[in-house]
Design a binder for this molecule. Structure first.
Ligand code: PLP
Length: 479
C-alpha cells in the first residue's frame, strides 16, 4: 500500500470501527455457530497473489464476524470488562505505526520513559504506598506493564522464590538446591485465580490452597495456622498470593490481617487486584486495601476496568532489584552504555520484545482525566447495586456474596440444574451473555457491568430478559 492508499483505507477502517461500536447492540451477543465453522468458509491455503483491501474486509464481515463474541455489546455481562475506548484505540494505532520495540532503554528510550512516568501516575491515582513509586523518588521500587495478570502472578512468585533460595543457599551451603526447593510452600485462597495455581506449577513449588470465610475472603488466622502447621512438617513457607476482587465473586482477602502475618514470618506478600485495583482510583473504595503496606508486589489490569485495550497489566514492586535478580540474562547484543542509569524492562518480565503499551494508558488517563475515570467506575458500581436491588426485590432469586464493585452473583432459588439450565437458555437466546461460577459448591451466575456507557435502561433490559427466561424454567419445573 502507498501512503495515499493507507489514508483511504485508514479512513474507511475508522468509519467501520465507529459504525461497529455504535451499532453493536443490534447484533447477537454470542455467535450461533459450531466449532470448525470457519474452516468451511476460508480457503485451506494462503493466497499466492495479493488481494485488495475491499475483498478482505468483505470476507471479514461475511465469514469472520459471524464467529465474533461481542465483548463491547451492552448486553455482554460475562467475565470482567474487556477495556476499550476511542482514546485507547487511537493510541494503539499510533504505537503500531511507530513499530518500535522497548526491551531496553536504548532500544527506544521513549517507551521506557513514558512507561515509568505513567506507572508512577497510576500508582499515585490508586494510592499505592510510596515505596512502590520511586521512579520519581529515587527509591528501590517501581512499576511495569506486563501483558497479563497471569504473568504478574508468575513473575511475583519467581521473584519470591529467587529471594528465599538466595537466603537458604547462604544458611545451608552444603544442602543440595533441589532439596531446598522441594521444601518451599506458597499459599493462596480457594478463590484465587487459576493463574496462581499455574504459576506454582511452572515455578515448581508446592501451593497450599486455603479455605475462606463465609464472605469468600482469606483471613489472617487461617494463614497463620497453615504456616505453623507446615513449619512443623519441615516445610518452608515463602509466598502468599492474595486477591482483591476474586474472579468468581469479587471478594477481598483481608489484607489488614494477612499483611502482619506475612511480615512476622518474612513471607513475600503479593496482591492480585486484576479487576478491582482500578476501583482504588476512587478514595471511597480504598479501605479494602488496608494492609497493602505489607505487600511486596501488586498488580491490576487497566485492560479490564480502566478503558484501556488489552494488553495492559500493570504491576508494581517495592524492591525492583528483587524482581530483576530473578530474571536477568545479559548477552552482549542487548547491552548498552546507559545500563547503570536507565531502566531496562527486559529484566522485569519474561518476553524480550515489548510494544509501546504505555501510550494507550497515557492517552486514556489524559483524555478522561482522573475525574472521568472515577465517574466511570462509580457508575458501574451504582448500576451493579441497582441490578442487585432488582433481584433482591424478586423472590425468585437470591444474591450470593456481597456486591461491592461491579459484579453481582445470583441464582434462582432452585436446584443447581435449574440454574444451569437458566444460564444455558439465556446465552442461547443471543440477547445476553453471562458465565457461571461455583461458590460454596453451588452454581451461581455472574453478572458484571461491562459496557463503557452502561445505563439504567441496560440494567432493566437485562433484568427483564433474565426474569422472562427464569419464569419459563420455573413453570416447566412445576408442570
Ligand atoms: N487474577 C484475577 C483476580 C482475575 O480475575 C483474572 C482474570 O479475570 C486474572 C488474574 C487473569 O487475568 P489475565 O487474563 O490478565 O491473565
Amino acid at each position: 500500500l502507498t501512503p495515499a492508499d493507507f489514508r483511504k483505507y485508514g479512513t474507511e477502517m475508522v468509519n467501520f470501527i465507529a459504525d461497529y461500536l455504535e451499532n453493536v447492540h443490534n447484533r447477537r451477543v454470542v455467535p450461533s455457530i459450531e466449532p470448525g465453522y470457519l474452516r468451511e468458509l476460508i480457503p485451506a491455503t494462503a493466497p499466492t497473489k495479493a488481494e485488495p483491501f475491499d475483498r478482505v474486509m468483505k470476507d471479514f464481515e461475511t465469514y469472520v464476524m459471524p464467529g465474533v463474541t461481542h465483548w463491547q455489546h451492552p448486553r455482554f455481562h460475562a467475565y470482567f470488562p474487556a477495556g476499550n475506548s476511542f482514546p485507547s484505540i487511537l493510541a494503539n494505532m499510533l504505537g503500531d505505526a511507530l513499530g518500535c520495540q522497548g526491551f531496553s532503554w536504548a532500544a527506544c528510550p521513549a517507551i521506557t520513559e513514558l512507561e515509568m512516568i505513567v506507572l508512577d501516575w497510576l500508582g499515585r491515582m490508586i494510592n499505592l504506598p510510596k515505596e512502590f513509586l520511586p521512579f520519581t523518588e529515587n527509591g528501590r521500587g517501581g512499576g511495569v506493564i506486563q501483558s497479563s495478570a497471569s504473568e504478574c502472578n508468575f513473575v511475583a512468585l519467581l521473584a519470591a522464590r529467587f529471594e528465599i533460595m538466595k537466603q537458604l543457599r547462604q544458611r545451608f551451603p552444603f544442602v543440595e538446591e533441589g532439596l531446598l526447593m522441594s521444601k518451599l510452600i506458597a499459599y493462596c485462597s480457594k478463590e484465587a485465580h487459576s493463574s496462581v495455581e499455574k504459576a506454582a506449577m511452572i515455578g515448581m513449588v508446592k501451593l497450599r490452597i486455603l479455605e475462606t470465610d463465609s464472605k469468600f475472603r482469606l483471613r489472617g488466622d487461617t494463614l497463620h495456622a497453615a504456616i505453623t502447621e507446615d513449619r512443623h512438617l519441615g516445610l518452608i513457607p515463602f509466598y502468599v498470593s492474595t486477591t482483591l476482587g476474586t474472579t468468581s465473586v469479587c471478594s477481598f482477602d483481608v489484607l489488614s490481617e494477612i499483611g502482619p502475618v506475612c511480615t512476622e514470618n518474612d513471607l513475600w506478600l503479593h496482591v492480585d487486584a486484576a479487576y478491582a485495583g482500578c476501583a482504588f482510583i476512587c478514595p471511597e473504595f480504598r479501605g479494602i486495601m488496608n494492609g497493602i503496606e505489607h505487600a511486596m508486589s501488586f498488580n491490576t489490569n487497566p485492560n479490564k476496568w480502566m478503558l484501556v485495550n488489552f494488553d495492559c497489566s500493570t504491576m508494581w514492586v517495592k524492591d525492583r532489584f528483587k524482581l530483576t535478580q530473578a530474571l536477568v540474562v545479559d548477552p552482549l547484543y542487548l547491552q548498552h552504555s546507559w545500563a547503570d542509569k536507565a531502566i531496562d524492562y527486559r529484566h522485569w518480565g519474561i518476553p524480550l520484545s515489548r510494544r509501546f503499551r504505555s501510550l494507550k494508558l497515557w492517552f486514556v488517563i489524559r483524555m478522561y482525566g482522573v475525574e472521568g475515570l472515577q465517574a466511570y467506575i462509580r457508575e458501574h458500581v451504582r448500576l451493579a447495586k441497582k441490578f442487585e436491588s432488582l433481584l433482591r426485590a424478586d423472590d425468585k432469586f437470591e444474591i450470593v456474596g456481597d456486591v461491592i464493585l461491579g459484579l453481582v452473583c445470583f441464582r434462582l432459588r432452585a436446584s443447581d440444574e435449574a440454574n444451569q439450565l437458566l444460564l444455558t437458555k439465556l446465552n442461547s437466546t443471543g440477547r445476553i451473555h453471562m458465565v457461571p461460577a461455583s461458590l460454596s459448591d453451588r452454581f451461581v451466575i455472574r453478572f458484571c457491568v461491562c459496557h463503557e456507557h452502561a445505563n439504567d435502561r441496560d440494567i432493566l433490559i437485562a433484568y427483564e430478559i433474565i426474569k422472562q427466561v427464569a419464569m419459563i424454567i420455573l413453570h416447566e419445573q412445576i408442570t
